[in-house]
Design a protein around this ligand. Structure first.
Ligand SMILES: O=C(O)c1ccccc1NCC(=O)[C@H](O)[C@H](O)COP(=O)(O)O
Length: 215
């Protein structure tokens, strides 16, 4: 019997969205700290949302090339279980952040073609988890959360990377089961695929996504 797939719902910004993710059985909830994002939340808002999350569900802060001062503020304000680094942080920066904050770090890595997989081994030795996401299109405003999938065949037979990893990018209730089947992913992450409009989470879509991913 394979392990049950663990789901992360990212970009939550309201009590209703958090309740929907928790109620559906998500194992991770993500808060986005990136001012240009329609999912951006202030640290004080995230702290209130985090208080709604029962023990056992990991509260993840998504940041993009955040400074030490920005991370210090986040970690001091929000009760977090993990930092997700979604910018161009180097392996050395990942190591620094991990040491400074004492929290597990998940590094997001963009994939569009086979050559993009080479970076994964470099980060696997420094990050606690990896988020394998679609590479954002050239000139995109957002480095993630664009609802774009990559060619999942690139990940066939990759289920034995040395670190836990999540599949992300363009997943939705209709395609997540196939994505899991093709990649062997044991964890999946979604944001725009469970929204009714950019930044607006849809509780029914969240429930449908978790059900499809864990079926
Ligand atoms: O969601 C955002 O607005 C965002 C902004 C800046 C960096 C990353 C961002 N999102 C990443 C995610 O929410 C997910 O981790 C992942 O990339 C999946 O996104 P999606 O394709 O929308 O499901």
């Amino acid at each position: 019997m394979p392990d049950q797939v663990r789901v992360k719902i990212c970009g939550l910004s309201t009590p209703e969205g958090v309740a929907a993710a928790v109620g559906a059985g998500a194992r991770y909830v993500g808060f986005t700290f990136f001012a240009k994002s329609p999912r951006h939340v202030e640290a004080t808002t995230a702290a209130k949302l985090a208080a709604q999350v029962p023990p056992g569900i990991a509260k993840v802060a998504l940041t993009v090339n955040a400074t030490d001062a920005e991370l210090d503020h986040l970690v001091a304000t929000v009760p977090l279980d993990m930092l997700q680094l979604h910018g161009s942080e180097t392996p050395e920066r990942v190591t620094e952040i991990r040491a400074r904050h004492g929290l597990p770090v998940m590094k997001a890595l963009g994939v569009a073609e086979a050559d993009d997989l080479a970076q994964i081994d470099r980060y696997a030795s420094v990050a606690d988890q990896l988020l394998i996401d679609a590479k954002p299109p050239r000139g995109a405003e957002l480095p993630g959360g664009n609802g774009l999938a990559f060619d999942w065949r690139l990940l066939a037979d990759r289920k034995y990377w040395t670190r836990p990893w999540m599949l992300a990018g363009g997943l939705n209730p209709g395609n997540v089961a196939e994505a899991v089947r093709m990649t062997g992913a044991l964890q999946v992450d979604v944001s725009s695929g469970v929204e009714s409009a950019p930044g607006v989470k849809d509780p029914e879509a969240i429930a449908a996504f978790v059900a499809a991913a864990t079926a």
